[in-house]
Design a protein around this ligand. Structure first.
Ligand code: SF4
Ligand code: SF4
Length: 354
């Protein structure tokens, strides 16, 4: 027979840092998604609108669901926060993207927990596993499972470990004793709202994705709108600023899980060095990591813009037409999308010089 304590013990054994149980039902916060979509804050993420009805209640994806076992995995490491890196020539890459792809790693662990739950309960137990990609509003269920509250920066924050957390969940047909929902502990703090470099929070707890650097660097498939390129600064993949400044992350514990440690090739590389790498080396660096989503072409596009913004020593020479046109090891440099952003970056560097 499944009990909350037994599930939590097994979750800890499997490497999860946080585990709680929420009832599988609709919560008022789940309805906010419709309003958010209507305001256009999802941008081109059409899959959000397509799955909105299912995201309103987990029972839409699994009618027999009675419980949601919410899981949190800490991925913080001992590297400095982006707000602590003073070197303007450093490429800023989101912390979650430094190691292995969490979808793969956590799918295995979450499935292992689900298998154990089915065995512990017997044949009458049905489960379904999600790791970020499914039509489930994970943060809402995680809050109701007591894992943390949803901060003004829209991240799930645990008062003890902070917000560097991957979330995953097991939907389960057994009614397991639920935990109490977590209480909001942002108080009067507004640090994340003030620190966001693009003003992406129209109000506390509401993110306009179209303004967010994560959206611009990862979700934008074509050209980055020219009027937004300066906003990127030296961010080449995602952005952590609104988490870096959160007081609950000031002394966040670090994980020793090898899966989340920074790969040497992605550990604060210089922009110019990143640009000079061959396509093959870039592909190697991101293989089986979250950055495969951007692929080499979009990564080059972002690096070019960041170089234009950085004014870093060597950026002008590295982006010079004669260098780009003759590179035999990097076809992506001559992709029309990349070329257009390189042209923009050259103009920026010339403008700064002038
Ligand atoms: S990730 Fe960066 S750009 Fe996006 S909301 Fe947070 S601080 Fe703003
Ligand atoms: S920075 Fe302050 S307001 Fe923003 S999420 Fe953290 S505690 Fe809440």
């Amino acid at each position: 027979m499944l009990t909350s304590d037994a599930v939590k013990t097994r979750a800890r054994e499997l490497g999860f840092d946080l585990c709680g149980v929420a009832p599988a039902r609709s919560f008022p916060e789940l309805g906010a998604l419709r309003d958010w979509l209507d305001r256009g804050y999802a941008g081109d993420m059409a899959y959000m609108a397509r799955t909105a009805d299912r995201r309103a209640d987990v029972r839409a994806v699994m009618p027999s669901a009675r419980s949601v076992v919410a899981l949190g995995t800490l991925y913080n490491t001992d590297r400095p926060y982006s707000t602590e890196i003073g070197e303007p020539g450093t490429a800023l890459i989101s912390r979650y993207a430094w190691g292995d792809d969490y979808h793969d790693v956590l799918a295995d662990r979450t499935r292992a927990l689900a298998a154990w739950m089915r065995e512990a309960q017997g044949e009458t137990c049905e489960t379904r596993v999600y790791v970020d990609t499914g039509p489930v509003q994970e943060r809402v269920y995680a809050r109701h499972a007591g894992l943390g509250w949803i901060g003004k920066n829209t991240c799930l924050i645990n008062p003890d470990v902070g917000s560097w957390l991957f979330l995953s969940e097991v939907l389960c047909s057994v009614a397991i004793e639920p935990d109490a929902p977590a209480l909001d502990q942002c108080g009067t703090c507004t640090l994340c709202l003030e620190a966001c470099p693009t003003g992406a929070f129209p109000e506390p707890g509401v993110l306009d994705s179209t303004r967010c650097l994560s959206y611009l660097t990862i979700e934008t498939k074509g050209a980055i709108p020219p009027e937004r390129r300066a906003d990127l600064g030296t961010h080449v993949y995602g952005c952590d600023v609104c988490q870096d400044v959160c007081p609950y992350n000031a002394a966040a514990p670090v994980s020793d899980d090898p899966a989340w440690q920074a790969r040497p090739a992605l550990d604060r590389p210089s922009l110019v060095e990143l640009w000079r790498r061959s396509d093959a080396r870039l592909r190697d660096a991101i293989r089986k990591g979250p950055m495969t989503r951007a692929r080499v072409k979009r990564l080059r596009r972002n690096v070019a813009v960041a170089m234009g913004n950085s004014g870093a020593a060597g950026a002008r020479a590295a982006l010079a037409p004669e260098r780009c046109e003759t590179r035999a090891d990097a076809d992506s440099v001559r992709d029309p999308l990349v070329e257009e952003h390189v042209e923009w970056a050259r103009g920026e560097l010339a403008r700064r010089r002038g």
